[in-house]
Design a protein around this ligand. Structure first.
Ligand SMILES: NC(=O)c1ccc[n+]([C@@H]2O[C@H](COP(=O)([O-])OP(=O)(O)OC[C@H]3O[C@@H](n4cnc5c(N)ncnc54)[C@H](OP(=O)(O)O)[C@@H]3O)[C@@H](O)[C@H]2O)c1
Length: 393
C-alpha cells in the first residue's frame, strides 16, 4: 500500500509549513485557508485496508476521464514547429499515482531547452512541460490523502505537462490554496520556488545587500526582484527594452539597466566600485563574464540558466582574484524531498496570497498554440509568466 498521508495530515503538514516558516520569514501570517476546503463527505467507501476513504465524486462536476487526450508531442529536436498537437493515450494511475485534468500549464524556458535537445528527454517522442495545475480525476490503488476533485499543482519532474490530462506521482503534487486561481498557481509555482531557493537558501539575501538580477522582467526575474527587494536588498536588474525596465522598476528593481548600457560599468558606478554581493545569472553566455566582473570580494555568482546559450568554460583560477563563489543550482535539488517541496510551495503561495509577490500572468495561449508561445518566449517577446490553457477550458 502506498500511504502518502491521511487527508488530515496532508493538509495539516501543509499548514504547519506555513506557520513554521513565518517565524523566520518577512511575511505576516497568511490570512487565508491554506487548503482547499474539503467537500463534505458525500460517500464513504470501505477501503481494502479497513480505512474509510472519502470521495467527492458525487458532488464534483463530472470529470470526463478518457484514456485518449490531446497533448503536444516532440518527435525530433528543433524549432517551435517540432511541437505537434496530437491524440495520446495516457492510461490509468498505478500505485502512488494520480490522474489530473489540467486547467493551466506553466511555460518555462527549460521547455525550450528540451525541445531543442540542449537537455535530453528520457524518451523520444515525448510530451514537454514541467508545471501544471489541475483537478484530480482518478487515484491509484491504495493511495490515501488525495481525492477526486482536489485541485493540485506540480513543478519539476516528471515531464509531460503539455497535455489535457496526465498521470503524476502523488508525492510530487501540492494542494493549491482555495484563494489562488489555477492560472495564477500555474504561473508562479515553478518560477516562485526557483526565486525562493535562490534568495532564501542558495545565497541568503539580507537587508543591505546589493544584488544583480539578469532578465529582470522575465518569469523568474520578476519574482526574484520582488522577493530580493522585500528582503531589504538593493536590486539592480538588466533587461532588453524600456517597457521591460518599467516593469522591473515596478517590481522593486532600484536600478533597471538596458544591456546596451554596459552593465558592468553601471554596476561599478552604482556600488561605488565595491561590486555586488550576488549575481543571479540566468542568461548565461552573453552575461557570464560581466557577471563575474560585477562581484565584490567573496561575492557569489549564481548561474541558474542559459537563455542566451551555455557560458564558456571558466578556469578555476578566474575565481581566485576576488575569492569568489560559483554555483550552478537547480530547483529540482532544492525541492527534492517532500518536506522541501511543501515548504517551498507554501512560501510561494503564501507570498502570492498576501500580495508580497505580484503575479504577472502577462501572456496566455491555448495549449494547441504552444509553438507560438515558445517562439515568443525564446525571441524575448514575453515578460512575466506565460501560461498555456488546455483548449476548451
Ligand atoms: N536552475 C533552475 O532551477 C531554474 C528554474 C527555472 C528557471 N531557470 C532559468 O531561468 C531563466 C528564466 O526562465 P523563465 O522561464 O522565467 O524565462 P524568462 O526569463 O521569462 O525568459 C527569458 C528571458 O531571458 C532574456 N534573454 C536574454 N538573452 C536572451 C536570449 N539570447 N534569448 C532569449 N532570451 C534572452 C530575455 O529577457 P530580456 O528581453 O529582458 O533580455 C527573455 O525574456 C532561464 O534561463 C531558465 O532556464 C532555472
Amino acid at each position: 500500500m502506498v500511504l502518502l498521508s491521511s487527508p488530515s495530515t496532508f493538509v495539516a503538514k501543509f499548514q504547519h509549513h506555513h506557520r513554521s516558516l513565518l517565524h523566520n520569514s518577512f511575511l505576516p501570517a497568511p490570512s487565508y485557508s491554506l487548503s482547499r476546503p474539503r467537500f463534505s463527505i458525500t460517500k464513504t467507501i470501505p477501503s481494502p485496508f479497513g480505512l474509510q476513504l472519502r470521495t467527492a465524486a458525487a458532488l464534483s462536476p463530472i470529470h470526463c476521464s478518457s484514456n485518449m487526450v490531446k497533448a503536444i508531442r516532440i518527435y525530433e529536436h528543433g524549432g517551435p514547429e517540432a511541437l505537434k498537437w496530437e491524440d495520446v493515450e495516457i492510461g490509468e494511475p498505478k500505485e502512488g499515482e494520480i490522474k489530473v485534468k489540467n486547467k493551466a500549464i506553466g511555460l518555462n524556458f527549460i521547455d525550450v531547452y528540451f525541445r531543442k535537445g540542449f537537455y535530453k528527454a528520457p524518451t523520444m517522442p515525448f510530451t514537454p512541460g514541467m508545471e501544471a495545475v489541475g483537478a484530480v480525476t482518478a487515484v491509484g490503488p491504495g493511495l490515501t490523502g488525495i481525492v477526486v476533485g482536489d485541485l493540485v499543482a506540480y513543478a519539476g519532474n516528471p515531464m509531460g505537462a503539455y497535455a489535457e490530462e496526465q498521470i503524476l506521482p502523488a508525492e510530487r503534487v501540492v494542494p493549491v490554496p482555495h484563494s489562488i486561481d489555477p492560472v495564477v498557481a500555474a504561473s508562479i509555482l515553478l518560477k516562485g520556488m526557483t526565486a525562493e531557493f535562490l534568495v532564501r537558501r542558495c545565497f541568503k539575501v539580507e537587508p543591505g545587500h546589493t544584488v544583480l538580477v539578469h532578465a529582470a522582467a522575465g518569469g523568474v526575474g520578476s519574482l526574484l526582484c520582488q522577493w530580493a527587494s522585500a528582503l531589504g536588498a538593493t536590486v539592480i536588474g538588466t533587461v532588453s527594452t524600456k517597457e521591460k525596465a518599467a516593469q522591473a522598476k515596478d517590481d522593486g528593481c532600484h536600478h533597471a539597466l538596458l544591456y546596451e548600457e554596459d552593465f558592468v560599468s553601471r554596476v561599478n558606478e552604482i556600488t561605488s566600485g565595491k561590486g555586488v554581493e550576488v549575481v543571479y545569472d540566468s542568461v548565461g553566455k552573453d552575461t557570464f563574464e560581466g557577471s563575474l566582473a560585477c562581484l565584490k570580494v567573496r561575492g557569489y555568482l549564481v548561474s541558474f540558466g542559459q537563455s542566451s546559450g551555455a557560458p564558456d568554460p571558466l578556469p578555476l583560477s578566474a575565481l581566485a582574484a576576488k575569492s569568489l563563489f560559483l554555483t550552478r543550482p537547480s530547483m529540482m535539488q532544492y525541492t527534492a524531498t517532500r518536506d522541501e517541496l511543501l515548504r517551498s510551495a507554501s512560501e510561494v503561495f503564501t507570498n502570492a496570497g498576501v500580495g508580497v509577490l505580484r503575479v504577472r500572468v502577462n501572456h496566455t495561449y491555448p495549449l494547441s498554440q504552444a509553438a507560438q508561445a515558445h517562439s515568443d518566449l525564446e525571441n524575448r517577446r514575453t515578460s512575466g509568466s506565460v501560461v498555456l490553457i488546455p483548449d476548451g477550458c
